[in-house]
Design a binder for this molecule. Structure first.
Ligand code: SAM
Ligand code: SF4
Ligand code: SF4
Length: 376
C-alpha cells in the first residue's frame, strides 16, 4: 500500500525560519530599562502554549490549510512549563510587567494551571506581582475558570465574533454554539476573572451585522467589548482590504445608537482605543491594527510554543531561545541575548503597510508565521 501524498504547506516552513540568538561575550545584568531602536521599552510578553486549536476560525486557521494532514508541533518541541518560567523570569528582569497566555487555544494545554501558578510567583524588580491574563475561545472556560482563578490568573479575554448562532458557527467552522461561550463568560465573571474582555474580529460582509447586537448584549454587563479590525496576519487566511471594516465606522455605527465619549488610555502602548457609553452602560474598545498603526508604542514580544521569540506579529523569523535553554547556557547569558535582540529591534509592520495605497495588499507579499503559532 502506498501512502497518500502529503499536502505541502509552505507556511509550515516559516516555523523553521529562525536563528540562534547571539550570546555576547561581555555580559551586563538586566536593568529593566531596555529600549529598542525606536525607543520602545519591553513590557508585555505573549506566550503561546500550544499551536493546536479546537476551532477553525476562517480568519486564523482556515480548515483547508489546518486539516487532518497539517503537522502540528510534536510534544517534545514545546517548551516545558519550567522552560517557559525560566524565560519569563529573564524577561521580567528586563522590564516585562504583563504576561498573556495564548495559542492556538491555550486551555487545550494540559495542566495549564500549573504554569499559571509558577508564573504568578514571579515579581517585577520592584517587588510587584505580574499582570497575568489569558486569551481563549472559551470552549473550556466554564469548566476551568475556577481552577484558573485559584492558580493566580487575574483576567481573561474571550473571543466571540457574534451572537447570531448561525454566523458564529460558520465563523468558528466547527459548529460551536454561542450559548457555550456565553456560559464560559458568565462563569469567568462569577469566579472573579474580571473585568472580562470580549474580542470580536469584524469582517465586513461576514459578521458586521453583529456589531450592534453584541454591543446591546454586553452593555451593563461589566465586560469590555473590543472590536478588532480583521488583520493580514499569517499567510493562509486570504486577507483582503475590502473585508476590513475600519474601526472609525464601527464607532460611527455604535455612536448612532448609543452616544459614546472617548476615554484616555490606561497606559502607553495600549492597543485598544477606549470609549465609554455616555449613559454609563460601560466601556468598549476598538483595535485598529490596519487603519491606525500603533507601532510607535509597541512594547510587546511574542514567544512561540517552541520557544522562538518574535518581535512583531508580522515577523517572518524568530529567535530560537529553546536552543539556548536546552544548550549549556546560564541565565545571565540568555538575558544578555534577549537584551541584544531587543536593542536591535526596529519592527513596525503596520506603519509600513499604512503608508501603502489601500489596495496594495500585504507588505512585500512576504510569507509569515501564522497567528495560531505565535499567538495573538
Ligand atoms: N484561541 C484563542 C482565542 O481565539 O481567543 C487565543 C489565540 S487567538 C490567535 C488570539 C486572538 O487573535 C483572538 O482574539 C482572535 O480573534 C485574534 N485573531 C486571530 N486571527 C486574526 C486576524 N486575522 N485578525 C484579527 N484578529 C485575529
Ligand atoms: Fe483557534 Fe483562536 Fe485561531 Fe479561532 S482565533 S482558530 S479560536 S486560535
Ligand atoms: Fe507591534 Fe508589529 Fe503590530 Fe507594529 S505591526 S504594533 S510593531 S506587533
Amino acid at each position: 500500500m502506498t501512502d497518500k501524498p502529503r499536502k505541502v504547506i509552505p507556511l509550515a516552513d516559516m516555523r523553521y525560519a529562525s536563528r540562534i540568538p547571539p550570546v555576547p561575550a561581555r555580559l551586563s545584568a538586566p536593568t529593566g530599562l531596555l529600549s529598542d531602536t525606536r525607543g520602545r521599552p519591553l513590557r508585555d510578553l505573549r506566550i503561546s502554549v500550544t499551536d493546536r486549536c479546537n476551532f477553525r476560525c476562517n480568519y486564523c486557521m482556515p480548515r483547508d490549510v489546518f486539516d487532518k494532514d497539517y503537522a502540528f508541533l510534536p510534544h517534545s518541541s514545546l517548551l516545558s512549563f519550567e522552560e517557559i518560567t525560566r524565560l519569563a523570569r529573564i524577561f521580567v528582569a528586563h522590564g516585562v510587567e504583563k504576561i498573556r497566555l495564548t495559542g492556538g487555544e491555550p486551555l487545550l494545554r494540559k495542566n495549564l494551571e500549573v504554569l499559571i501558578e509558577m508564573l504568578a510567583k514571579l515579581q517585577t524588580p520592584e517587588g510587584r506581582p505580574l499582570d497575568i491574563t489569558l486569551t481563549t475561545n472559551a470552549s473550556l472556560l466554564a469548566k476551568k475558570a475556577q481552577s484558573l482563578k485559584d492558580a493566580g490568573l487575574q483576567r481573561v479575554t474571550v473571543s466571540l465574533d457574534g451572537l447570531d448562532d448561525a454566523i458564529f458557527r460558520r465563523m468558528n467552522d466547527v459548529d460551536f454554539p454561542v450559548a457555550e461561550v456565553l456560559k464560559g463568560i458568565e462563569v469567568a465573571q462569577n469566579v472573579g476573572l474580571a473585568p472580562v474582555k470580549i474580542n470580536m474580529v469584524v469582517k465586513r460582509g461576514t459578521n458586521d451585522t453583529e456589531i450592534l447586537p453584541m454591543a446591546r448584549h454586553f452593555r451593563h454587563s461589566g465586560a469590555v467589548l473590543r472590536f478588532i479590525e480583521y488583520m493580514d496576519v499569517g499567510a493562509s487566511n486570504g486577507w483582503r482590504m475590502d473585508e476590513v471594516l475600519p474601526s472609525a465606522q464601527v464607532v460611527e455605527r455604535l455612536n448612532a445608537e448609543f452616544p459614546l465619549t472617548v476615554v484616555d488610555p490606561n497606559y502607553a502602548g495600549e492597543t485598544a482605543e477606549r470609549w465609554r457609553y455616555a449613559d454609563g452602560a460601560g466601556e468598549i474598545g476598538v483595535i485598529s491594527s490596519v487603519t491606525q498603526a500603533f507601532c510607535s508604542d509597541c512594547n510587546r514580544a511574542r514567544l512561540s510554543t517552541e520557544g522562538k521569540l518574535f518581535l512583531c506579529l508580522f515577523a517572518n523569523q524568530g529567535h530560537d531561545f529553546r536552543a539556548l535553554l536546552r544548550g549549556d547556557y546560564a541565565d545571565d547569558q540568555i538575558a544578555a541575548a534577549v537584551g541584544l535582540i531587543w536593542q536591535a529591534r526596529g519592527d513596525r509592520y503596520s506603519e509600513l503597510r499604512a503608508a501603502l495605497p489601500a489596495d496594495a495588499g500585504i507588505v512585500d507579499g512576504a510569507r509569515r508565521v501564522e497567528m495560531s503559532y505565535i499567538g495573538g
